[in-house]
Design a protein around this ligand. Structure first.
Ligand code: PRP
Length: 179
């Protein structure tokens, strides 16, 4: 199996570039059906979502707008549970169809706080599209309409996801090697 080292840890191949891209095409088809003629505002949550947002947007030909926010919650490999402020929003979201774009929903804390932030600003609708979801880690009651892959509770890196800031540039997604 294809394995790599990021910093001090070994990871094994989990989702290939092809698998990721094929799933993104399907998600884009769903979004096209649901948001055609609605001029949605897609909002990527930095940093992890940058590759997912770019590849998903390239598969969409509907009229839409794209923005990014920042909101960080992890230090090293553990969720601190200490979710910070939403930063960087410059668009008026009142009356807009909002789709939040995430690389991964883990505990769900980040998305819970982000959805609450946007709900206060009067959007017409708000949905979440996440490439990855760890159902066993999810602690929050979130409506997750668009999910690329449900994955086990193991740490993953690549395709925007980092281990201590490293590995975001990898085209595939890798899982922490056992033992
Ligand atoms: C990651 C990921 C999500 C969040 C998910 O971001 O991109 O935003 O954690 O975890 P949760 O569901 O437990 O809240 P991180 O804080 O690591 O920042 P990053 O996107 O800059 O890597």
């Amino acid at each position: 199996m294809n394995s790599i080292t990021v910093r001090d840890k070994e990871f094994v191949s989990y989702l290939t570039e092809d698998q990721i891209q094929q799933r993104i095409v399907k998600l884009a088809e769903e979004l096209t059906t649901d948001y055609k003629d609605k001029n949605p505002l897609f909002i990527g949550v930095l940093n992890g979502s940058f590759m997912f947002v770019a590849d998903l947007m390239k598969q969409l030909s509907i009229d839409c707008e794209i923005a990014f926010i920042r909101l960080s919650s992890y230090a090293g490999m553990e969720s601190t549970g200490n979710v910070k402020q939403v930063l960087g929003l410059q668009d008026n979201v009142f009356g807009r169809h909002i789709v939040l774009l995430e690389d991964i929903v883990d505990s769900g804390l980040t998305m819970e706080q982000t959805v609450a932030f946007f709900e206060d600003r009067g959007p017409k609708s708000i949905e979440i599209a996440t490439l990855l979801l760890k159902p066993e880690s999810l602690e929050k009651d979130l409506s997750l309409k668009y999910v690329g892959f449900e994955i086990p509770e193991k740490f993953v890196v690549g395709y925007g996801l980092d281990y201590d800031g490293h590995g975001r540039n990898l085209k595939d997604i890798y899982q922490l090697k056992e033992g």
